[in-house]
Design a protein around this ligand. Structure first.
Ligand SMILES: [Zn+2]
Length: 120
């Protein structure tokens, strides 16, 4: 399966599994964004591009794992607005992810997606 190492990132990030209560290094999680022990999604605790006080919590999924109700962050705007997934439609080998207040995002099923899960 294709590595998820190319995902769009924020400049300051820390990686934890909240299930195992364990912190990880970049190289432990960068290809899958799953906990190497329990396989739960790694929580990414990040700071905004230019604002260290802007504390953003993200999980990273493949597009094929994105679900209705997820809050998608757009590449280059990871500290900006998140868009709720209204539905997902297969379109010619790709996935059309319908985002509330935005257009449809067309991506490959294995494309890594940043999903906002909260703040810290
Ligand atoms: Zn874990």
């Amino acid at each position: 399966m294709k590595s998820m190492g190319g995902i769009n990132r924020l400049p300051v990030e820390k990686y934890s599994c909240i299930n195992c209560e364990k912190d990880y290094d970049d190289e432990d999680v960068r290809n899958t964004w799953k906990c190497p022990v329990c396989n739960e999604s790694i929580h990414v605790y990040a700071e905004g591009y230019n604002d260290p006080e802007n504390h953003i919590t993200i999980i990273r999924k493949r597009a094929s794992e994105v679900e209705k109700g997820d809050l998608v962050l757009l590449p280059g705007h990871l500290d900006g607005e998140s868009y709720m997934v209204l539905g997902i439609t297969p379109v010619k080998g790709k996935l059309g992810i319908g985002l509330k207040g935005y257009t449809q995002l067309k991506v490959s099923p294995d494309e890594p997606i940043n999903c906002r899960v909260g703040s810290w």
